[in-house]
Write a protein that binds this ligand. Structure first.
Ligand code: NAD
Ligand code: UD1
Length: 338
């Protein structure tokens, strides 16, 4: 029996695939490399010494997806594949709704046809919308502020309806907070295309000399130093959360949402300072205006994941930033381009 990982060549998917292989699972990847590169597969091979079966297909291609299900004995699916750039989703909503939602409908139809009813889904803390009543619990009010966020919220609803229609489905909705860091080897990591939108890849690209300074989006929030506070989580801890959730869906039917966060918030300036400490590099920054759509504070209450999955984030902020830096130094221009 194999675990099908959609989007397994992506940032979080690749780290999860490594841990699945390390834990003895047979893994099959589906990825169309729209936001990743086949080089990731070579890197996973180097880390694990295992060659992974990967189908280069778009999840929207039903016939090709059917072939994957007919050729393999799939036990469960971990579904990472999706587009994730908030700004792009505002400009191209139909593209986002089609890629993220239609593809998931096609995947679920196929799972149903082949009686594979166990699923771990990449949701996001973005489903808490502009709620700032921290710490965020799984039953905090939900909402979305952009098409990307709506795709996650709508998919959570679709999965809930699916489970209502057939209680054999077993689904974990994993609401990630802010994933950072990389595999300790520095062989796999986050490789954003173009100028990074997220804070830590922006900082590492300043440190490596590709960008001149960090723009800190606002210092007039109601936080300790006025800059935005987020719950950063090491991608290896996040990957481990998927293995725990997989164990749960393999053994218990039901649908459950889990916050995967460290449960602690750090400000933008704290991230810059800690990065300077672990890298020994000075990071020039400038305070600019707030980024539209940003909220002041977001961090998780991860109690449910601890109690029901036996999962906690173990790595520190220093670990996250040291590993992000190690990845960036070893791959100045990301995969394929060094
Ligand atoms: P990523 O872009 O690195 O990985 C996603 C992978 O899915 C890519 O390899 C891409 O090529 C593939 N893909 C996209 N659409 C596809 C399609 N139609 N068919 C086949 N493959 C397709 O992103 P990531 O950071 O690893 O995120 C994984 C998941 O987690 C996404 O669903 C994302 O929305 C969600 N998420 C990410 C974050 C984050 O900060 N990285 C936070 C919350 C939630
Ligand atoms: C963003 C997305 C969110 C997505 C998450 C994935 C937006 C509005 N939200 O969250 O939907 O799930 O990424 O990790 O895009 N910052 C700077 N300068 C920068 C970049 C960021 O000051 O160049 C600040 C932000 O204002 C924020 C913090 O750093 O306070 C973290 O930002 P970012 O890494 O983009 O993550 P989120 O905004 O939390």
């Amino acid at each position: 029996m194999a675990i099908l990982v959609t989007g397994g060549a992506g940032y979080i998917g690749s780290h999860t695939v490594v841990q699945l292989i390390d834990s003895g699972f047979d893994v099959i990847i589906i990825d169309n490399f729209i936001n990743s590169t086949p080089e990731v597969l070579n890197r996973i091979h180097t880390i694990t010494s295992k060659k992974i079966k990967c189908y280069n297909i778009d999840l929207l291609e039903k016939d090709k997806l059917k072939k994957v299900f007919s050729e393999n004995n799939i036990e469960a699916v971990i579904h990472f594949a999706g587009l994730k750039a908030v700004g792009e989703s505002v400009k191209r909503p139909l593209y986002y709704y089609h890629n993220n939602i239609t593809s998931t409908l096609v995947l679920c139809e196929m799972m149903k046809e082949y009686n594979v009813k166990k699923l771990v889904f990449s949701s996001s803390a973005t489903v808490y919308g502009s709620t700032e009543n921290v710490p965020l619990k799984e039953n905090s009010p939900l909402g979305a502020t952009n098409p990307y966020g709506w795709t996650k919220l709508m998919l959570e609803q679709i999965f809930s309806d699916l489970h209502t229609s057939d209680s054999e489905w077993s689904i974990a909705l994993l609401r990630y907070f802010n994933p950072v860091g990389a595999h300790e080897s520095g062989l796999i990591g986050e490789d954003p295309s173009g100028v990074p939108n997220n804070l830590t890849p922006y900082i590492t690209q300043v440190a490596v000399g590709k960008l001149s300074k960090v723009h800190v989006f606002g210092n007039d929030y109601d936080t300790e130093d006025g800059t935005g506070v987020r719950d950063y989580i090491h991608v290896a801890d996040l990957a481990n959360g998927h293995l725990k959730a997989l164990d749960k869906v393999l053994t218990n039917p039901g649908i459950n949402a889990y916050n995967l966060g460290a449960g602690k918030g750090y400000s933008v300036l704290a991230i810059i300072k800690t990065f300077e400490k672990v890298s020994g590099i000075n990071i020039p920054y400038e305070i600019t205006g707030r980024r539209p759509g940003d909220i002041a504070v977001s961090y998780a209450d991860p109690t449910k994941a601890r109690q029901e999955l036996g999962w906690v984030a173990e790595r520190t902020l220093e670990d996250m930033l040291r590993d992000s830096w190690n990845w960036q130094v070893k791959n100045k221009n990301g995969y394929n381009k060094s």
